[in-house]
Write a protein that binds this ligand. Sequence first.
Ligand SMILES: Cc1ncc(COP(=O)(O)O)c(C=O)c1O
Length: 493
Amino acid sequence: MRPLELSPADFHRLATRVSALATEFFKTIDQRPTFPQLDASENDALFRTPAPEIGLGEKAFDALEDVLRRSRIQNGRFFGYVLGSGEPVAALGDLIASVVNQNVTAWRSGPAAVTIEKTVIDWLTQALGCGSFRGSFTGGGSSANLMALAMAREAISPANEGGLRTAPELTLYASTEAHMSIGKAAALLGIGRENLRLIAADEEFKLNPERLEAAVVADQKAGKKPLAVIASAGTVNTGSIDPLSEIAAIARRHGMWFHIDGAYGALAAMAVPDKFRGLAEANSISLDPHKWLYQPLDCSCILYRDFRAGESPAEKAFSHTGDYARSLSQDPIESFAFFEETVELSRRFRALKLWLSLRYHGFDAFRAAIGKDLELAQVLAKRIEAEPTLELMSPVELSAVCFRHRRLPGKGLAQSELSEQVQRTSGTQAREPLNEFNSRILKRLIERGRVYLSNATLRGHFCLRACLVNHRTTEGDIAEVVSEVLAVANEIV
Ligand SMILES: Cc1ncc(COP(=O)(O)O)c(C=O)c1O
């Protein structure tokens, strides 16, 4: 037998085993701790084994149980970061994507794969009311944001050939609530983080249009070239949606590219389009189906419009084809190549899982799941407001709920009383114990493994943060967020 060869019978046996393991995982997902109770060194001892010179055969699969047992679990009580819950039909799609192993570089490398990717992009753009956009799948919102700003730079101040040496000093604009990937993109594109103007967000954590325009005008007067404004359609901390239409108008007035970072929130426009007025006015939009379409990682999209002289902004930014990859076909369908409009050459068949998942459940079911997340976030906010020892820390526009415990251990001092005292005494110092207390609550809460939250710092306040992009969450799970936080606070006290 050739090395690495697996007979169909062996494949079937192993696949049946994996299928049984996956089924058991889904059957018991609700009983599993959201974070495994483990010792980091014991975990290391288990997995940091010597490289297997001789194969273990089927015994290699024994350790998969350990992998599942030592993983963070997205059951209905997982609310950390912005992480989709991993829809099982899509997981099966991912298996087939690996089995058929298409390299989605160009039509000739995977006719079905390329056509399915284009189809799913069309479905998404139509579902969002952005029918004139095109796009592609990418690894995450961070790379989608990087691609968007690369398109912006090439459309407005081309530097692909000559570099940035002769370009004017470019500036970018976003609110202080913008995702960290925007700063990374500014750095990687040679624009520089110092040229990313982070405009102080307003009291609802949104980008303020007047402050934005003032900053743009000031830069223009100083001889700089405003390149792009990045609005958030769902900020990572609070889910706030920047005023998209007003920002679009400013971008147009000043000849800037308008990018919307919709990695967290924009897919909710399928369910609540009114909240996202102005979405279709963007030049580019980042979307993360691995967040709010519940897809297993990774599954993200960059969408764009604005075709000048028949050339897409993505082609302008990313087309740079080696001779060996050039298509021999003149046919417009057969000669299509994603590598002419993306950063990547070799690309996974990411669209398959979403295609299968959308075909299985239908858009209607996804809209309903998003609607339920939005509704449950409001339920959680109300429960927090009804609890005297808890305090809601921001409006709940989408599904991120930021709050904190406001009673200091041992002191029984509520934050409203504390704030008055702070003003009378030494300012910020007195606030720190509450930050520390809430950070201890979070650490212990995660250790207990019943509920998983993450954190956000809002105006210097450490907050507990629950983000619902989870098709498994029920009202009972929401009740547990409050009861767990209170139980942990009592335990610490
Ligand atoms: C608003 C926003 N933008 C970008 C990202 C980055 O997305 P990814 O983690 O898929 O790279 C996130 C991640 O949470 C986000 O919330």
